[in-house]
Design a binder for this molecule. Sequence first.
Ligand code: TLP
Length: 344
Amino acid sequence: MSITYSDFRSDTVTRPTEKMRRAMAEAVVGDDVLGDDPTVQELERLAAGIMGKEAALFCPSGTMANSIAVKMWTSALEEVIVEERSHIYNMESTHMTFISGVTPRPVRSVRGAMDPKDVAAAVRRPNVHTPRTSLVCLENTHNNWGGAVVPLENFRGIRRVAEANGLKVHLDGARIFNASVASGVPVRDFADQVDSLQFCLSKGLSAPVGSMLAGPRERIEFGRRLRKAFGGGMRQAGVLAAPGLIALTEMVDRLKDDHARARRLAAAISGLPGVRLDPAEVETDIVIFGFEHPRLGVDDMLARMKEKGILALAVPGGIRLVTHKDVGDEDIDRAIRAFREILA
Ligand code: TLP
């Protein structure tokens, strides 16, 4: 008998809804590289409007949207200030150096929020030996800090430092809607503090593919050329934009259910042997815990969980579970039971 898994590896595993699949089948399409796919254009207008930016660009992935953003704001021999655990620095196959020829300058943080003073101190003084600092990258929510929400006030502080030093600010807002739903701060308020941002349709919002890069029209049009150069120009992309429209208009409010389930899971497992987790730190859909057990290593624990139908991922120092549309209350119950049985 084949086992059905409760898949907590990521919110990227979400399947499109029935309504999204119908919208894909019925989408009006054209050749988007030639500029005539009306569904892509509608999605780009909607995304720009939601974020209060002049324009937006539909990209195949969050990684490509971040790569385009770095390339469009920097030149070779420059440097980019990044948070030390950020996705753009640690998990995007070094595109900053590989594609843009710039160096990342990691800065420590408290749960994803870099102290503006530390950002100011990381800005290089012009000098023939050193790169010129030109960009700061933020991330919200912060994946490797367990889905932490970086407060708006922190954005404001970093914005002031950026303006004082002539730097641009890009936000990796892969999960910005999670940050907004959890904090009650409109996405646009975060977007107002940055020059550009990317956000993913394909994570908790459940579209099959795609991320939006939003910013000033002139830069986004340059980004469109970069996307082509990266091989990301897509032809009848309206079939992918159609579920993106549903993601943005119908799938945001339900993120609060993912957050509630993540909190319930965290509260239930936090006291178990080996699990190092403060449930008060679980703010959104990501539960990351340190795992130090006398008998089981992280890989043993993941294998035992898999035997019980629970899929999770190893992350530096521990294990990550992510809640999303396709794991319901019964999957949370099943995960809690599995943890209790394995760690009893
Ligand atoms: N994150 C994925 C993996 O890469 C780890 C995940 O499962 O969480 N920014 C952030 C903050 C992300 O979490 C991710 C994906 C990306 C960018 C990249 O998006 P994609 O996967 O669309 O290239």
